[in-house]
Design a protein around this ligand. Structure first.
Ligand code: SF4
Ligand code: SF4
Length: 408
């Protein structure tokens, strides 16, 4: 699963593709020349055209990436995961191929990210992916890679498909993060196997408090050397259902950490698949409000309000989601649960929108690079945020009742 990060970013970089991020001040040490990571031109063109059409139509709210969760069951139990704390009746539920493809059509986003749970536990995942590709939509299948080598035969390499492998850092860090030894080595072996078969493979890393910036920079070097096609990185969202509640990053700390990572990473930072504007936001040089409808989520529960990270209720159709969600009641400064969120699924669409509406901001970044010193941009006032509502038990009870009814 992707806990706040990762999959769609490769594609989104295409939306806001501009000059590579240059950091300030320049790193004095010589850095290894990274492998050029490019978002395929076709993808950039398709996504750019899609956004342009939405702008010309005057659509204020449109989806960029559908987050499709075909199951919640996983073969790991990571401490920072907020997606697997459900009874077996829910964990055993699988989305049908028809249901998944209907959601893809209903939403109309040009990209689909498939997190979970672990999508490779779904016996029909190959058919779901093939159906999405047949619709000429870009798919990012997120996986912890434990089953990837075994399942490669279910897929065919395509410019529309990438595997996004969950790697939170180097071996010691990753194995600790996923609470199981040996997972890093198995993921790396699967990455090599998938690359050898001609698949595009990226990594997705979720960053938690206590992860040393030096280690994160070395991890990026490793990803370059391993031949990965990109890395998406995101501060972990503070899931209320995660077992470990102590290591989620607070807002200001995130910015300081990412500034240091950008300073240390040298050229290896070029493997990051995010738009420069989102990286500049992570470095604390600009403040953004999120765009929760940019990455709508469809799971075995239905269409999730309001975003991938927050499950405050579910509705039966995409249209209902767009029309009945009170969007103004969510976001940093508005809702307590959003206070520390800087995850890319909420903010990359904001960055993409800014790249279109204020292209000079991209130019400025190209010339100046991402500033890693000096004051942070003024932060959003959190004092007026409405208090967190405890909705989890009600959501689970509602879905359990529905599944029981359907089983009877
Ligand atoms: S790999 Fe970890 S983070 Fe991803 S769904 Fe499984 S338990 Fe959650
Ligand atoms: S800040 Fe936005 S993207 Fe983040 S949890 Fe809140 S609504 Fe979702």
């Amino acid at each position: 699963m992707w806990r706040g990060n990762t999959r769609p970013s490769t594609a989104l970089r295409g939306l806001t593709r501009g000059p590579r991020v240059r950091l300030w001040p320049p790193t004095p040490d010589p850095q290894p020349e990274p492998r050029r990571v490019a978002v395929p031109f076709r993808q950039q063109a398709d996504i750019g055209l899609y956004i342009l059409k939405q702008k010309l139509k005057g659509n204020k709210r449109y989806p960029l990436v559908l987050m499709l969760e075909p199951l919640f069951r996983c073969n790991l139990a990571c401490q920072g995961c907020g997606k697997i704390d459900y009874p077996d009746l829910i964990l055993n539920r699988r989305m049908s191929v028809e249901d998944a493809l209907r959601a893809v059509d209903e939403c109309g986003a040009p990209m689909v990210a498939i997190p979970g749970g672990e999508p490779l536990l779904h016996k029909d995942i190959g058919k779901i992916v093939a159906g999405i590709i047949a619709r000429k939509k870009y798919v990012s299948l997120c996986t912890n890679a434990l089953l990837l080598e075994k399942r490669l035969d279910w897929f065919t390499p395509s410019p529309y498909l990438q595997f996004s492998v969950h790697l939170d850092g180097l071996k010691e860090h990753h194995d600790k993060s996923v609470c199981q030894e040996g997972v890093f080595d198995r993921a790396v072996s699967a990455i090599k196997a998938a690359k050898a078969r001609g698949f595009r493979v990226t990594a997705n890393a979720t960053i938690f408090d206590g992860h040393a910036p030096e280690d994160i920079a070395k991890f990026l070097d490793f990803c370059v050397e391993a031949g990965l096609d990109g890395v998406s990185i995101s501060p972990g969202y503070a899931y209320e259902r995660a077992a470990d509640q102590e290591h989620f990053l607070a807002r200001a700390k995130t910015k300081t950490l990412f500034r240091r990572v950008f300073e240390l990473a040298g050229k290896s930072r070029e493997i990051l698949t995010h738009s420069p504007l989102y990286l500049d936001f992570l470095a604390g040089n600009r403040e953004y409000h999120c765009t929760p409808w940019g990455m709508p989520t469809y799971s075995v529960f239905g269409w999730q309000k309001p975003c991938y990270l927050l499950g405050e209720g579910h509705v039966g159709s995409y249209r209902e989601l767009m029309e009945t969600t009170d969007w103004d009641s969510y976001g940093t400064g508005r809702y307590e649960k959003c206070s520390n969120c800087q995850a890319h699924c909420g903010y990359e669409p904001t960055a993409a929108n800014e790249a279109f509406s204020k292209p000079w901001e991209m130019l400025k970044l190209a010339v100046q690079g991402i500033r890693t010193k000096g004051p942070l941009a003024p932060q959003i006032d959190l004092s007026q945020a409405r208090p967190a509502e405890d909705v989890h038990e009600a959501v689970v009870a509602e879905q359990m009742a529905r599944f029981e009814r359907e089983r009877a």
